[in-house]
Structures are given as C-alpha cells and as structure tokens.
Write a protein that binds this ligand. Structure first.
Ligand code: DGY
Length: 323
C-alpha cells in the first residue's frame, strides 16, 4: 500500500521532520513563508493530510474546494482560530490541534512579558545599546513592582492556569480570573484563584491583566478603548494569546495617554504586521510570537501532530480533534 501523502506548510524541527518522512510521503514548504490561498487549495486536492500552522489562514475560501483528497487538517499549534472550523466541518475535513504540550512555555513567556513591561526591560536595553546610559541614579527608569500584586487572568484554561501558578508561586501574587466556562474548583485551588463574574471586575481590580482566551470572532477586540479605561493607570496588560483579542489602535492610545502603565505583547492582529502606533509606544514590549518557541516544545508539538495523523490513518479517533 502506498504511504499517505502529507503536505507540511512550514519547516518543523529536524527530528520531527525525519520521523514524518519515514512514515509518510511528505512534501515540505521549504521556503518557510506562507503559502497562497491558491496553493493551499491545490494542496487539499493533492494530499491526504494537510498540516498548517497558526500563521496560515485556512478560511472558507480555501476549504471550499471541489474534489478534495485531503481528509485531515492536522494543525501544528494549539490555537485554531486560523482555521474556519465550521467550513471545515461542512466540507468533511477532520481538524486537530496540539494542546497541553506548549502550556508551560507559553505561560513562561507571559511572565517574561509581565516582567519586561513592568520593569521597563525593553526600554532599558534600548538605552544601553544606543550608548545613552549615563549610569546608576535613584530616579532612573523607575518601573512597577509586581510582587505581591494582583494577577488577573482572562481565560483560565491550561495556559492561563500555568501563568497563574508562576505569578502566585514565584511572585506571591493574588490570582483572580474570569472564564465563561466552568473551572473545576481543584484547578482554581492550586493558586487560590478567586473567580470574578465579569471581565470588567478583573480589569478594575488587577495590577497585571494576562490574556489567555482563544482568538476568533467571539473574542475580537474584547479589549477595546472602553475596557482599557476600566484598568488601573498603574496596570500592565499582557497578551500571549491572540492579537485580535485587543484593539491595537485603542491600546496604543491608552499607552500614550497613560490610561495604563505598560503592555507586553507577543501576538498581533494580522501579524507579522504590527499596528504602527504601537511601534511608537516606548511602554510596549513587542515580541515576535515566541510563546511556544523552545526546542523541546516545538518538537513536542510536532510529535502531537504525528500522533493525530497516526491515529487518523489507523482508522482511530485522533486525540486532539477540534472539528
Ligand atoms: C499556538 O500554538 O497557538 C501558539 O500561538 C503558537 O505558539
């Protein structure tokens, strides 16, 4: 029997690519740049499995393809708002993601952003590299103390809870959260996290607000001008979830006006484009979507895709089916 044909839209870690090639007839997009919608449509006609990443826009125009050979879209990443799962379901594609394996590293990055923004680490580094540092002085580049403050989590899923553990265990922060879905009491108990009934309550009370909800239309611009005004003027906003959750223009205005103190952002609406007014904000830390970017995690994500493919081609239910 011939091996299933698999198309992978980007380069993956070497070990995972090698295993994938041993199991399947694999085509890699060696250019490592996003494929066009037309190329993705063609891939759905030519391959049994299609493996996109979070930066491939697999929307209804791509999925609505006559004579598709693909049966499984096995995405490399946990978030799947880049795939129109309704359209995928309608067209008969199985869709999988890679949850759990990146929770710790993404939470580590949320804490990195919190500390960088609160302690003005980006600004400080820029000053040193530019040769503008004139030496230690008591009033130089004063930041915000996060230890002992309140860490507000919006979206108390796996990554949100990991971030809360770090904030609570490492920095003695009180944890409050809002999640529209029920959270098991024992999971909240790990950090003594207190539930709030609305997003607004978290925004008003927290010293640091960390976003961990999915992207997509339900959470589009959830953090807008009106909600930014509810935050404390001393507060830090952290986003390691999805860019479209924040109205970037409104955030830049809030950062410039001092409505909030600072922001740490790893994700951007329409990335790699960045809202130009955000680039003007010294008090914004801007990272290039590094949440899961460690060797161990990127390999683990690949193994998880392989696990899903193997189950699917063995006629079993893939562990991480989302559509
Ligand atoms: C994901 O997997 O959703 C992340 O954003 C990639 O790090």
């Amino acid at each position: 029997m011939s091996k299933p044909k698999v198309l992978v839209t980007r380069r993956w870690p070497d070990a995972v690519e090698a295993r994938l090639k041993a199991l399947y007839d694999v085509t890699l997009n060696e250019t490592d740049v996003p494929m066009t919608a037309d190329a993705m449509r063609q891939a759905l006609k030519d391959y049994d499995a299609f493996c996109p990443t979070v930066s491939d826009k697999v929307d209804a125009t791509v999925l609505d393809v006559a004579g598709a050979r693909t049966r499984i879209i096995a995405s490399y990443g946990v978030g799947y708002s880049h795939i129109d799962t309704e359209a995928a379901k309608k067209a008969g594609f199985v869709v999988t993601n890679t949850p759990e394996v990146l929770s710790e590293c993404t939470a580590d990055l949320a804490i990195t952003l919190m500390l960088m923004a609160a302690r003005r680490a980006g600004e400080g580094e820029r000053e040193v590299r530019a040769g503008n540092w004139i030496g230690w002085r008591p009033t130089h580049m004063i930041g915000t103390k996060v230890s002992g403050g309140t860490f507000g989590v919006l979206g108390f899923g796996r990554i949100g809870r990991e971030a809360a553990k770090r904030a609570h265990g490492g920095f003695g922060m009180k944890v409050i959260y809002f999640d529209p879905f029920p959270v098991k009491p024992e999971l909240a108990a790990e950090t003594g996290a207190e539930k709030r009934d609305t997003i607004e309550e978290v925004l008003r009370e927290a010293d640091v607000v960390s976003l961990h909800m999915p992207g997509g239309k339900d959470n589009y611009h959830l953090i807008n001008a009106e909600r930014l005004k509810m935050m404390k003027p001393t507060a830090i906003l952290v986003n390691s979830a999805r860019g479209e959750v924040i109205d970037g223009k409104a955030l830049a205005e809030a950062l410039k006006a001092g409505t909030i103190k600072g922001a740490g952002l790893d994700v951007f609406e329409g990335e790699p484009r960045i809202e130009p007014t955000l680039l003007e904000c010294e008090n914004a830390v801007l990272l290039p979507h590094l949440g899961s970017a460690t060797q161990a995690t990127r390999e683990a994500m690949g193994w998880r895709v392989l696990e899903n493919l193997e189950a699917f081609f063995a006629g079993q239910a893939p562990r991480d089916r989302v559509a």
